[in-house]
Design a protein around this ligand. Structure first.
Ligand SMILES: NC(=O)c1ccc[n+]([C@@H]2O[C@H](COP(=O)([O-])OP(=O)(O)OC[C@H]3O[C@@H](n4cnc5c(N)ncnc54)[C@H](O)[C@@H]3O)[C@@H](O)[C@H]2O)c1
Length: 376
């Protein structure tokens, strides 16, 4: 990022939709911890070469704010996450000032189900005004909006769901937009022309952090070895807010569509088998994802591969949220606009015509880094 020698280092906003959730809280606390040198940036692709020479905004230049529909203060939310082992013990106190500063920049979100107090246009304008006021108040050089709110069911009646109201507000405020969830966001048909004319870069949908990450590696492996996958079944056990939201079959259907798309794309056709998501509140943020893959080898020999992924969901997601925020801010500065299929590496259901195979997505991400570096 080029600045006059005497000018202060520019700061950039990261406006999180669902700013009091597990992923958002982990991203805010983690950014402060890594920036202060308290922890290494494990899991952050943008802290490794070639991104270190691409002019990305530094972690210490990021300022957080956002919308949420609950009012539990961020420092308290972080304490809950530390008690559950998601954040290291002592971290909430060590980054308490940064959590409190972000908490002061969180505004009430909406609309909750059944809320008819405002029209869609009024919601969009109110959200956009909140984002613009944040940028002005903090003297920011720009801001990116990242959706990490609870997964919504796909709309069935043509109305704009909350995620789409926020996406429209981001574009109206002139901000790049990332949809880290399977919710509709910018994919609503009535936002197509707004997205096309927005002049900002955007990326989505649904961060690829565990089971689907593995699928995007293993699917191409079976196809490349000419092994016939007969069935691919999966079960996820998780708790926390995400587990509770995905207990709604309509919300889970939105999530599972992305997981299944990866298999259909990489294997050429969707195999038999389903994905199930079970809410197990006692597990909190700790997810177990089990996949059972039945396949045929030479002369019809029947074989099975089983994988068990035991992950801490927010610890997997937060570094990707920080990566995406920095990449979109930098893309905006480099004058890139529209959907960014180069970022398909990060998503279950990538925008544009991106491949679903991780082995093809990584070179595309590296080519993106070269493009950003050439712009420095
Ligand atoms: N590994 C991962 O953790 C992972 C991977 C991919 C996608 N995601 C997605 O990220 C999202 C966040 O996950 P989480 O574990 O932090 O969930 P969470 O339940 O802890 O947090 C979601 C937050 O969104 C808020 N919210 C709900 N409706 C809102 C609205 N209309 N406006 C503003 N805020 C609203 C909730 O109050 C809550 O604070 C989910 O959609 C999840 O599916 C997570």
């Amino acid at each position: 990022m080029s600045t006059e020698p005497s000018s202060p280092t520019p700061r950039f906003g990261v406006w999180l939709i669902g700013a009091r959730g597990s992923v958002a809280t982990t991203a805010i606390a983690g950014c402060a911890a890594v920036a202060a040198g308290l922890h290494p940036p494990t899991g952050m692709v943008t802290e490794a070469p070639p991104f270190t020479t691409c002019g990305l905004p530094s972690l210490s230049s990021l300022v957080f704010g956002g919308h949420d529909t609950v009012d539990c203060p961020l420092p308290k939310r972080a304490e809950h996450l530390a008690a559950g082992g998601v954040l290291p013990h002592g971290l909430p106190a060590a980054v308490g000032a940064e959590l409190a500063a972000a908490d002061r920049e969180i505004r009430p979100g909406g609309p909750l189900p059944g809320d008819t107090s405002r029209s869609d246009e009024e919601w969009i304008e109110a959200f956009a005004a909140d984002i613009r006021a944040f940028v002005r108040r903090q003297g920011l050089a720009g801001a990116v909006v990242v959706n990490v709110a609870s997964t919504e069911p796909a709309p069935t009646d043509g109305t704009l769901p909350p995620s789409s109201l926020y996406a429209a507000a981001a574009l109206r405020a002139g901000c790049p937009y990332v949809n880290f969830t399977p919710s509709t966001g910018l994919h609503h048909p009535s936002l197509a022309s707004l997205a096309a004319s927005s002049g900002v870069p955007y990326a989505g949908r649904d961060g690829k952090t565990g089971q689907t990450l593995l699928r995007s590696v293993l699917g191409p492996m079976f196809a490349q070895r000419a092994l016939a996958v007969r069935a691919w079944s999966g079960t996820n056990l998780l708790g926390g807010g995400d587990g509770a939201a995905l207990a709604d079959p309509a919300a889970a259907a939105a999530k599972n569509a992305g997981k299944e798309r990866v298999l259909a794309d990489t294997l050429g056709a969707a195999p038999q088998g389903e994905v199930h998501i079970d809410d197990v509140p006692a597990l909190g943020d700790w997810k177990t994802a089990w996949d059972h893959i039945a396949f045929d080898g030479f002369l019809g020999a029947r074989m099975v591969l089983q994988t068990t992924w035991q992950g801490c969901d927010s610890a997997l997601a937060a570094p990707l949220v920080l990566d995406l925020a920095r990449l979109l801010l930098r893309a905006r500065e480099a004058g890139l606009t529209g959907p960014r299929p180069e970022l398909g590496f990060y998503f279950k259901d990538p925008d544009g015509d991106a491949s679903s195979a991780l082995g093809e997505q990584y070179p595309a991400l590296m080519a993106f880094a070269t493009r950003l570096r050439d712009d420095v």
